[in-house]
Design a protein. Structure first.
Ligand SMILES: Cc1ncc(COP(=O)(O)O)c(C=O)c1O
Length: 458
């Protein structure tokens, strides 16, 4: 039988509902808390997000319909292909079957438009005219600028973490091409930005700072027609990404695989990991034996070294306290090239999954990741985003383990994005200019000491 490289679905087979993990968690979620330590009400979030998305954020429905207008836009690239990595398998000499879900085929080059399109659509339905947001690597900012262009009638302003803004000028041009506006963060547009610049004029910036700026701009618009959009972390973002895993399940079943043995995603704020993993956690909760791995950088070891606490999502403490693994909201990460994996916290749903034993976490150094990225590019052809190389490196580790054990495991990972705008990182790696960096324990302790007195999740 001829070997099948790519497994496709028809447009009619694209999921019509998203999957919400919250009702299936073994232990109920801790609620987000306000400054007084009491659970936040939907009304308290209303200046920041439209009410239709807040409803999704707190929903305990297992399945939520995807509006047909959103599906029509997702058809610009979805269903995305599931690809068997034969050439990578051969190079590794592994008996494992490696599959990857190729999310790099979206217009912005990553999984991020899955949620950007949905968020722009719900905001438009609610009468919003302008969205503000942050971006780390530039993928989310590009995705939201693209989504606003597709939906029409919504302006988009993006605060891009300074180090990425300087490293990746083409991302800014992409955002402008779709009609968005992109500025370097910290900026002088907001009080949060001005405060940081006064204290640390040379700061490389962080996602926590950029989030503070974007929220401040949204809530201070006197017209009330501006809202903030977040590219990861929150429950509704995880929800929108589950199309990835739901499609992958159908695609695997077309080649006779009910469940993979291993599912892997890289973890920044948690959204592409949740997208591929949550539909398989549903199977796991219902008895399937699946190993689910979140891969993160040693330089931002949220899942592997941080405690499960209540913390803010941003530096200026504008977000509610979220129950999550966190390195402390004051964390300013080393400027490693995987800009999208430098967030101090982790999605509360992904955090709850780790706490409940539905997944495990691995920290990987960037040199191992870039090496994996080069091997992937040479074998499978696509140059991966630096974030994605963490998932590839983890998949390679598991494939080597399968070889040692002589097991024909099925490994599925999320190919979250391509690296065409990240070539400076590759250049630095290939010319020997990148070094590995492990975030020191004493810095984590110093950050967390500043959170004394915060409530603790159950
Ligand atoms: C290609 C790619 N993969 C992964 C991530 C990490 O984000 P998340 O954990 O929300 O998927 C990013 C973030 O910018 C990204 O651009």
């Amino acid at each position: 039988m001829a070997r099948l490289k790519r497994i496709y679905l028809d447009e009619s087979e694209m999921p019509k509902q998203w999957y919400n993990l919250a009702p299936d968690l073994p232990t109920p979620m801790n609620p987000p808390l306000g400054p007084d330590g009491k659970p936040v009400t939907p009304e308290m979030l209303a200046p920041v997000f439209p009410m239709n998305l807040i409803e999704q954020e707190v929903s305990m429905e297992r399945w939520i319909d995807i509006p047909e207008e959103i599906r029509q836009i997702l058809f610009q690239w979805r269903p995305s292909p599931l690809v068997r990595a034969y050439e990578l398998e051969e190079a590794l000499g592994t008996p494992a079957k490696i599959y990857y879900k190729n999310e790099s085929v979206s217009p912005a080059g990553s999984h991020k438009p899955n949620s950007a399109v949905a968020q722009a659509w719900y905001n438009k339905q609610f009468g919003i005219k302008r969205l503000t947001t942050e971006t780390g690597a530039g993928q989310w900012g590009s995705a939201l600028a693209y989504a606003c262009a597709q939906i029409g009638g919504i302006e988009c302003k993006v605060y891009m973490v300074r180090v990425s803004f300087d490293q990746k000028p083409f991302r800014k041009i992409m955002m402008q091409t779709w009609g968005g506006k992109c500025v370097s963060s910290p900026s002088t547009f907001t009080q949060a930005g001005r405060n940081i610049l006064a204290e640390y004029p040379d700061t490389p910036g962080s996602l926590g700072i950029a989030i503070s700026e974007a929220i401040e701009e949204a809530v201070s618009d006197p017209s009330g027609k501006t809202r903030y959009a977040l590219g990861s972390v929150l429950n509704h973002v995880m929800l929108h990404q589950t199309v990835i895993g739901l499609e992958a399940k159908q695609q695997l079943s077309k080649v006779g695989i009910k469940n993979p043995d291993v599912v892997i995603g890289c973890c920044g704020g948690g959204s592409n990991f949740a997208g591929i993993a949550f539909p398989f956690m549903y199977e796991k909760v219902n008895g399937a034996d699946i190993q689910i791995i979140g891969a993160e950088p040693f330089s931002c070891p949220t899942l592997t070294k941080a405690p499960f606490i209540y913390d803010h999502g941003d530096v200026a403490q504008m977000t509610p306290l979220l129950p999550m693994y966190s390195l402390g909201h004051n964390f300013v990460p080393a400027p490693i090239h995987a800009g999208g994996l430098r967030f101090h916290g982790m999605s509360p749903l992904v955090s709850a999954s780790l706490r409940d034993g539905l997944m495990e976490a691995q920290a990987i150094h960037q040199s191992e990741c870039f090496e994996a990225g080069l091997l992937f590019a040479k074998t499978e052809g696509i140059i991966p985003a630096p974030e994605t190389t963490h998932a590839i490196a983890s998949a390679i580790r598991e494939a080597k383990k399968a070889k040692e054990e002589g097991k024909e495991k099925v490994i599925l990972f999320n190919f979250s994005g391509h690296g065409w705008m990240d070539l400076i990182g590759y250049d630095k790696y290939m010319s020997g200019q990148l070094s590995d960096y492990e975030y020191p324990e004493h810095e984590i302790e110093a950050n967390l000491a500043k959170l004394t007195g915060y409530p603790m999740p159950k």
